[in-house]
Design a protein around this ligand. Structure first.
Ligand SMILES: Cc1cc2nc3c(=O)[nH]c(=O)nc-3n(C[C@H](O)[C@H](O)[C@H](O)COP(=O)(O)OP(=O)(O)OC[C@H]3O[C@@H](n4cnc5c(N)ncnc54)[C@H](O)[C@@H]3O)c2cc1C
Length: 486
């Protein structure tokens, strides 16, 4: 069997690792990657040291079912201990270092697969099309044609959208990564305006100041809300707030999942711990109502707070929600993705205390300011920009920090996805992404699995609308590996 895997980011590393650990009859694997960031993807490419991972090691394993896989890799490298996040009490390394872990895991998996008799090759060219006749064939940008028996879309989330129509405007930076290259041309004393106030905006702030930026930096967004601050993990094995328990409850409820049901699980879990539910609801409501700098300061003071509410909520969004997501009614999905997106996103993708401390210091000093209500950004005829929110002000440089929304098809995969749709190998899910079978990742047509295509990560309709994360992807890859070789 020849398996073609399109995309060589974190999800594919996890898939190769899972295939290497299986007892499947050996065949052939070809991995295709359109960019130079093989095994790293957009998130973990080579960059300056200030660009840190934004999760503790237990949340970043590339091996499904082995939460300590990455932690072990870190411990074998004592020189990385210098990246300790004081607040978390755990290492938070540069993202490029995590990319080294991914490279190491991919190379080890490939060596193991080859030892077990598999033929594995990596083609550094994008897959631009697919045809079925006379045999299933993947076509690459470099003119290659590869016949395959099974194929996996593992194409990630792609590049940001140009929401303000500023592409090609001098002084505008559309793709901020890698920062070491994109920030190189930003004069240190200029006023930089950043579109967005999420994790990428925080990366840009810490990236600029680590390069000696002295000019003002303004984070501008519609809401002006910052990500929550991550708390020091306190080991706890939930009893109710687990995928297995939630799925049992859903089965008892004729296969229907409701928000109320999940809230009841959270209440039961907190009550088991003797922790009140009110503290958590205050945090959730405060996301939209508490002044952001006050919230940042308060959350930094609560990094070691024993109340488990926020930790459990973040964990449930990453583990329970994906398990029950396909059983949500479409209107509930729309409500969560629409009305509650910002809150869910801020709480499930918090910033690490290391970055939160830098940001608070810069906000207190006045070098960084936050502005809500962004409406328009207008380039001047020569240089600089006028920004409109509740007033008009100017900036010299504008940097985009808004990532593409869930289910976006990366530019590099547009041709391929078009050919999958026209050859009836895939269909769009009305909520977003390509319709995918829960559990196996098989692409579905009119509710039935078609023969050979699978998907994982952002493009799969079974993914939630929250940015994918390594541990979730590793679990998904392990299930996909089982389905692929079945
Ligand atoms: C900027 C950023 C930072 C993040 N940081 C963290 C973090 O610190 N901690 C954390 O827990 N999570 C983080 N995440 C979330 C998560 O780890 C990533 O979303 C994850 O890396 C996604 O992996 P992936 O393999 O699905 O996609 P990607 O890493 O995007 O990989 C997909 C690959 O497919 C390739 N590709 C696309 N189309 C084609 C084609 N047609 N042919 C061939 N190749 C193709 C792309 O070039 C890309 O390399 C981050 C996400 C982003 C975007």
């Amino acid at each position: 069997m020849h398996i073609g895997i399109v995309g060589a980011g974190m999800a594919t590393v996890a898939l190769l690792d899972a295939l290497a650990g299986s007892a499947a009859k050996p065949g052939e694997i070809t991995v295709f990657e359109s960019s130079s960031a093989v095994w790293r993807g957009r998130a973990y490419q080579r960059d300056q040291d200030s660009v840190r991972v934004n999760a503790p090691p237990m949340a970043m394993t590339a091996r499904g079912g082995d939460l300590d896989h990455y932690l072990r890799w870190l411990r074998e490298r004592p020189e990385l201990a210098c990246y300790l996040d004081e607040g978390l009490g755990l290492p938070v390394v540069p993202r490029a270092v995590y990319g080294r872990y991914l490279e190491h895991t991919a190379h080890t998996a490939i060596a193991d697969l080859r030892e077990n008799g598999w033929r594995v090759s990596v083609v550094n060219s994008g897959v631009t099309g697919f045809s079925r006749h006379p045999v299933a064939t993947l076509r690459t940008a470099a003119g290659g044609a590869y016949t395959v028996d099974r194929a996996v879309l593992s194409i990630g989330g792609g590049q940001p959208h140009d929401s303000y129509g500023l592409a090609d405007t001098p002084g505008y930076v559309h793709e901020p990564y890698p920062l070491h290259r994109r920030l190189a041309g930003v004069p240190a004393d200029r006023h930089v305006a950043v579109i967005g106030s999420g994790l990428t905006a925080v990366d840009i702030v810490t990236g600029l100041v680590s390069r000696g930026h002295t000019g003002p930096i303004t984070l501008m967004s519609r809401s002006g809300v910052l990500p929550a601050v991550q708390q020091r993990p306190i080991p706890y094995e939930p009893r109710y707030l687990t995928p297995e328990y939630a799925l049992r409850r859903v089965r008892d409820n004729q296969g229907q999942v409701t928000l109320t049901m999940l809230i009841e699980l959270m209440k039961a879990e907190l009550s088991e711990l003797g922790h009140d539910f009110r503290t958590l609801t205050d945090e959730v409501i405060g996301n939209d109502t508490e002044p952001p700098v006050q919230r940042l300061r308060r959350q930094l003071s609560l990094v070691a707070d024993p109340h488990q509410g926020r930790r459990l909520l973040g964990r449930a969004i990453r583990t329970v929600a994906p398990a029950v997501w396909p059983m949500f009614r479409e209107q509930d999905k729309a409500l969560l993705r629409g009305t509650h997106f910002r809150t869910i996103n801020c709480l499930s993708s918090p910033m690490v205390p290391h970055n939160a401390n830098i940001l608070l210091r810069l906000l207190d000093s006045g070098q960084v300011r936050l502005r809500a209500g962004l409406q328009k950004i207008h380039p001047h005829s020569r240089t600089g920009f006028t920004v409109t929110d509740d007033t008009e002000w100017t900036a010299d440089v504008v940097i985009n920090a808004v990532n593409p929304p869930a289910y976006t098809v990366p530019q590099a995969a547009e041709g391929l996805v078009r050919s999958l749709l026209t050859s009836a190998s895939a269909e769009r899910h009305p909520f977003g992404g390509l319709t995918t079978e829960p559990g196996t990742g098989k692409l579905l047509i009119s509710g039935r699995p078609r023969d050979m295509w699978y998907a994982q990560g952002n493009i799969a309709s079974t993914s939630t609308f929250i940015a994918t994360d390594p541990t979730g992807l590793a679990h998904e890859a392990a299930r996909l590996a089982r389905a692929l070789i079945a």
